[in-house]
Design a protein around this ligand. Structure first.
Ligand code: FES
Length: 115
């Protein structure tokens, strides 16, 4: 694993993901309280940045909404929870070290190969 610094923890708003480019991947970094998630920043339905959508607490956990057609993606699994998206986006390992967020883009947590 090769964790790289992605951002400071306080750069991530509660209701909005932070867009970060790390290595060759564009990431959307979001938080649910003290827990931080890094997902591929491209909707699996079309070439739209998920980081431009809102992060919401739902009954099913913390999700990010694609602004274009409204699919919600579970930040833990990367899976869409409603149509029109049907394919998951990649999720990456995150390590919070003090006030900084590190992400490993050499592997994915859910086995999805980033686009
Ligand atoms: S582009 Fe994201 S749901 Fe259609």
């Amino acid at each position: 694993m090769a964790f790289e610094r992605a951002c400071a923890l306080d750069e991530i708003q509660a209701d909005k993901a932070l867009a970060v480019t790390l290595g060759r991947y564009d990431l959307a970094i979001a938080r649910d309280g003290d827990e931080v998630f890094a997902i591929e920043d491209t909707c699996s339905h079309a070439e739209v940045a998920l980081s431009e959508g809102e992060v919401e607490q739902t009954d099913g956990g913390c999700q990010i909404e694609c602004w274009l057609h409204g699919s919600m993606f579970d930040l833990r699994t990367g899976k869409p929870t409603n149509f029109p998206a049907t394919e998951p986006v990649a999720t990456f390992p995150v390590d919070v070290r003090g006030t900084d967020v590190f992400v490993d883009t050499e592997t994915t947590l859910n086995g999805v190969t980033p686009a």
